[in-house]
Write a protein of this length. Structure first.
Length: 382
């Protein structure tokens, strides 16, 4: 299109009611044109429009910056004002206003970015502290997504609140005690194979029996659980205690583990007195069977099938050996199993069914051990 025709067409568009403005274009034969008053006026209008449009953009941007400054000053730790505050103020964590196209978009559209990766936008926040996190920083927990800091604090909080530890310290202490006592029993005349069961004064003075308990030697109900008839007996019980203790103690805590262990031990002594009235009984087998019962109860309370974990099969095999091999205390094994399972059920099942203070189930579980002591004294005196 020729320049003359283009300008002429544009001038016709700006006419008012079909009448041209004063000083319209004059077109000569050589397709040259001379701008008249209308063209000069149109040029001035265009320049004025550019200036107004630039002023509008600047005004919008200034408004957006003021809104961003007001939002940043309202966040914690931004009480300073003025130039010094601008220099020392830390960048706000959320919300973050991204680079905007114009002022209106900056005010309406506030995008959140990961607090560890400012170049990544996200719509997910930590369920604990509320900071925005990207997929790389998310840690899935039972209470939602958490940032790396809050996810790392989860184990610490659990330890302080529940008093639990990762190391089964009490289990190691118990294994060390029964090993040292066995060395003392061997030094006092006990045979390593258990053939001379009554040759040790330590075993004779610590084994549980009805006549001794009837004479007032109630401590035998406890000391019998730390004595063993030979090294093989000790090794089996120590190995089982290590497996069950490292599994159960970190899961329920030292206090509850101690209650389950000693309640099972006392219940095993009561079972031995009840079933074998004329025999001397020693060994930690009653406490070991009690730990097996407690592990099954705890697994069921937490929705785990004990048969899938292998503990059910292990308990079944030990029960078969209990009834099949002569010389094993049936009453001690069954008594410990019942006592440990009952103590664990009181601590972990009762609170789910009946609302009560936290200390009440622990006291009820400890009362099972006290009842075993009372029952042992009653049986021995009859």
């Amino acid at each position: 299109m020729r320049p003359a025709a283009s300008v002429s067409t544009f001038v016709r568009v700006i006419t008012t009611r079909g009448r041209p403005l004063p000083g319209r274009l004059r077109v000569d034969a050589n397709t040259r044109y001379v701008p008249g008053r209308a063209v000069r006026t149109l040029t001035a209008i265009r320049r004025l429009a550019r200036i107004l449009r630039w002023l509008v953009v600047v005004t919008d941007n200034v408004s957006a910056l003021r809104s961003f400054a007001a939002t940043a000053s309202s966040l914690p730790g931004t009480s300073a004002t003025g130039a010094a505050a601008t220099a020392t103020r830390q960048p706000p964590r959320t919300p973050i206003v991204p680079r905007f196209v114009n002022g209106t978009e900056a005010i309406v559209r506030r995008m959140e970015v990961c607090y560890r990766h400012p170049d990544r936008e996200t719509a997910v926040s930590c369920s604990n502290c509320g900071r925005p996190i990207c997929p790389e920083c998310m840690t899935s927990t039972s209470v939602g997504m958490r940032c790396p800091e809050c996810a790392g604090q989860r184990t610490t909080v659990r330890k302080v609140a529940a008093g639990r530890g990762d190391e089964p310290t009490l289990t190691y202490i118990l294994i060390g005690i029964i090993a040292l006592i066995q060395l003392g029993a061997m030094a006092s005349g006990a045979n390593a194979t258990g053939s001379q069961f009554g040759g040790s004064e330590l075993i004779r003075d610590g084994a549980v029996s009805r006549p001794a308990v009837a004479d007032g030697e109630v401590w035998r109900l406890l000391t019998a659980g730390f004595l063993h008839a030979g090294l093989l007996h000790l090794m089996f019980n120590a190995f089982a205690l290590f497996i069950l203790g490292t599994m159960l103690e970190p899961a329920i805590g030292r206090l509850r583990f101690a209650i389950v262990y000693f309640v099972s031990l006392l219940a095993g002594s009561f079972g031995a007195l009840l079933v074998e009235p004329d025999a001397l009984t020693v060994g930690a087998s009653g406490a070991i069977f009690g730990l097996m019962g407690a592990v099954i109860v705890v697994m069921r309370s937490r929705g785990i099938n004990p048969m899938e974990s292998g503990i059910g099969l292990w308990l079944g095999i030990n029960l078969v050996f209990t009834f099949a091999i002569p010389g094993i205390s049936i009453g001690g094994h069954l008594g410990g199993l019942i006592g440990g399972a009952l103590a664990a059920a009181l601590m972990f099942e009762l609170r789910d069914r009946i609302r009560m203070p936290r200390l009440v189930p622990v006291l009820l579980a400890a009362s099972v051990g006290a009842a075993a002591v009372v029952g042992s004294i009653a049986v021995s005196g009859s």
